[in-house]
Write a protein of this length. Structure first.
Length: 234
């Protein structure tokens, strides 16, 4: 086994081939909305109804029977199973808030930006599964004075989930793979540096090169290059 401890970071590009749009369009909009209006705590405070509507639409998309994990999601799940069966260690960190990695069978998974199919109490942080529309009338059951539930999504200005666990894994990895992500949004953009400085081999699998600090790079559609690269490691 050339690499024992593998960490993979995925971004919106890996789900794009399943029909989920990437985070923002070339004009800087997210599904025709300003990022500041639908992906910040301030936007939520200004217009919670708009934010609920936005995420309700995204959540409903996940229930579309036509939406399925693609071969990149499936290859990662299959590789994890095989690698761990040989005694290897594997962690998948995703910036995506869809459920395609879970549906493909990934188990060692950190959803650092939250999940569309969960909501949380803004006071206690407790979350729960949620498949239907969310409105301001939906309240938590964990506070003495019930609070309006909010999408369990990490917005700009908020700290991603389980960052200490992510950094610990990166510092122990001997292989770091980044796929489907622009490498521009921190803190995930800094993962390659953490891994490389800790001695890991670093690989970018993407539509095109995003930066110059990976040891290797393979470029093309995720559904093609991710399975191809992982097959070389098996």
């Amino acid at each position: 086994m050339r690499f024992n401890n593998i960490v993979v970071l995925t971004g919106a590009g890996i789900s794009a081939e399943s029909g989920i749009k990437t985070f923002r369009d070339s004009n800087g909009l997210w599904e025709n909305h300003q990022i500041e209006d639908v992906a910040t705590p301030e936007g939520y405070q200004r217009n919670p109804a708009l934010v609920h509507q936005f995420y309700n639409q995204r959540r409903a998309q996940l229930l579309d029977p036509k939406l399925k994990p693609n071969s990149a999601h499936q290859a990662l799940a299959q590789f994890e199973l095989q690698h761990k069966s040989k005694g290897g260690r594997f962690l998948l960190i995703t910036q995506n808030v869809d459920n395609l990695h879970q549906r493909a069978g990934s188990e060692s998974l950190i959803t650092m930006h939250g999940q569309l199919q969960k909501v949380k109490c803004p006071v206690t942080g407790k979350n729960l599964s949620w498949l239907k529309d969310l409105t301001a009338a939906d309240l938590c059951h964990c506070c003495k004075n019930p609070q309006p539930l909010r999408p369990d999504i990490v917005w700009f200005g908020e700290m991603p989930y389980l960052m200490d666990d992510c950094v610990d894994a990166l510092m122990q990895a001997d292989l770091f793979i980044s796929t489907g992500t622009s490498g521009q949004v921190y803190p995930a953009a800094g993962f390659v540096k953490i891994a490389a400085e800790s001695g890991a081999h670093t690989v970018e699998l993407n539509m095109e090169a995003t930066r110059g600090d990976f040891a290797e790079g393979y470029y093309g559609p995720a559904a093609k290059i991710v399975p191809a690269y992982l097959s070389k490691l098996s």
